[in-house]
Ligand binder design. Structure first.
Ligand code: G1P
Length: 227
């Protein structure tokens, strides 16, 4: 039994022990340190030996999407249906597009996913091909690893996952295809301090345990702010 569980067990903290055990039962966790800050593409490439030759998901932790949303499930279905790579996209106000990767897409008749024709990392609003931003969810075909190995540093002198996905789109039939799922649900960019604070309040207000007291407190606090 790992040290934390053993200590909780010894001190009879059964409720905490159950919570820790539940978290460990969710999956097997392997950690890798990126070592050098050479970009998201480089970070993903570091996971190659753990992933092997299967499609895999990349979830950027600062893009918080509530578990009640089925975005990732939908992306996995699209990956299975198309056999390609799938990126999550979301409409943002045009002036915010320079904070994101941006996609040029074509609607696929009769489907709720789109074909990605091109991707550009953090374009100026006037150069952006659309207002569809890449949000931090990807379900990728393992062909991305070889492409990343051959992707030179791009924007910010970093190896960009966006550039590797652009290569898949460019390759057409020579690759397995690049698709997008347009997300219309709720997302918090917790890499932004204000949005991080809002996420904590909004999601905590919805919880059964903390919600009632927190909502009452927020209302009270807001009254004082109006003075
Ligand atoms: C990364 C990606 C970018 C994407 C964003 C989503 O950028 O490079 O394409 O739009 O995540 O959060 P970062 O936020 O790491 O600068």
């Amino acid at each position: 039994m790992p040290a934390l569980e053993a200590s909780l067990n010894e001190s009879g903290k059964d409720k905490l022990l159950k919570e820790v055990e539940h978290a460990s039962d969710l999956g097997e966790i392997h950690y890798l340190r990126q070592q050098d800050p050479k970009g998201l593409g480089h970070a993903v490439l570091r996971a190659k030996t753990h992933v092997g030759n299967d499609p895999f998901a990349v979830l950027l932790g600062d893009d918080l999407i509530d578990e009640s949303e089925d975005l990732l499930e939908r992306m996995i279905e699209v990956q299975q249906a198309t056999g390609g790579s799938v990126v999550a996209l979301m409409e943002v106000p045009q002036e915010q597009i320079s904070a994101y990767g941006c996609a040029d897409i074509t609607v696929v008749d009769g489907e709720d996913y789109v074909q990605v024709n091109g991707l550009v990392e953090k374009p100026a609003p006037e150069d952006a091909p659309s207002n569809l931003a890449i949000i931090g969810r990807y379900v990728l075909h393992p062909e991305i690893f070889e492409i990343l190995e051959n992707t030179p540093p791009g924007r910010g002198d970093e190896i960009q996952l966006t550039d590797a996905m652009q290569t898949i789109a460019d390759k057409g039939d020579q690759a397995h295809g690049m698709y997008g799922v347009v997300f219309k649900g709720r997302r918090f960019d917790t890499g932004d301090k204000l949005s991080y604070l809002k996420a904590n309040i909004v999601l905590a207000c919805e919880r059964g345990d903390l919600g009632p007291d927190l909502r009452a407190w927020v209302k009270d606090f807001a009254k004082d702010l109006q003075d």
